[in-house]
Design a protein around this ligand. Structure first.
Ligand code: SF4
Ligand code: SF4
Length: 158
């Protein structure tokens, strides 16, 4: 008899929904989430680090890294709102809770490094072209001024 009851329980459990709720893997709407950075776009300008009221963000231009200490972050969004490249966002992906005060470090991607180098090269070329154009204009003005200078002529008296 006990075996029949046991079988019934097994069958009921096989077809019924679980009594427990699934773990939320997505923050509910309205929560502030946590800061995420798209390292394909970040140019390591450091503005987020300057604006952060709790100094949770560190930017190391030499090492090409962007770091955040999640436990120091108060989710104020200040960094997100001030990022000129709009690569920061308040991610709503679930994160496993942690006990340690860790620092999460992300390396700037090769794509972002290449894009930044191309921009710097283009800026340098523009600056060189502007300097050359300015120098040419100065030379031209100098030549023009020299040509228009009054030339003294002697008057002949008869
Ligand atoms: S996340 Fe934005 S503000 Fe921060 S270093 Fe990168 S580009 Fe600059
Ligand atoms: S959300 Fe606020 S506290 Fe958190 S890293 Fe950004 S600026 Fe700092």
């Amino acid at each position: 008899m006990a075996f029949v009851s046991f079988k019934k329980t097994i069958l009921r459990n096989l077809v019924s929904k679980p009594y427990t709720r699934k773990t939320e893997k997505q923050y509910p709407e309205g929560t502030r989430g946590h800061v995420e950075n798209d390292m394909d776009v970040c140019v390591l300008c450091g503005l987020c680090s300057i604006k952060c009221p709790t100094h949770a963000i560190t930017v190391d231009k030499a090492a090409k890294t962007w770091s955040i200490r999640p436990m120091s972050c108060i989710q104020c969004r200040c960094c997100v709102d001030n990022c000129p490249k709009k690569c920061l966002s308040m991610g709503l992906r679930f994160q496993e809770p942690g006990e340690e005060k860790i620092t999460k470090t992300f390396k700037q991607s090769e794509k972002a490094i290449a894009a930044q180098e191309a921009l710097m090269k283009a800026a340098k070329e523009r600056a060189a072209a502007a300097a050359a154009a300015k120098a040419a204009a100065v030379n031209a003005n100098g030549a023009q001024a020299g040509g228009a200078a009054p030339v003294k002529t002697e008057e002949k008296k008869d």
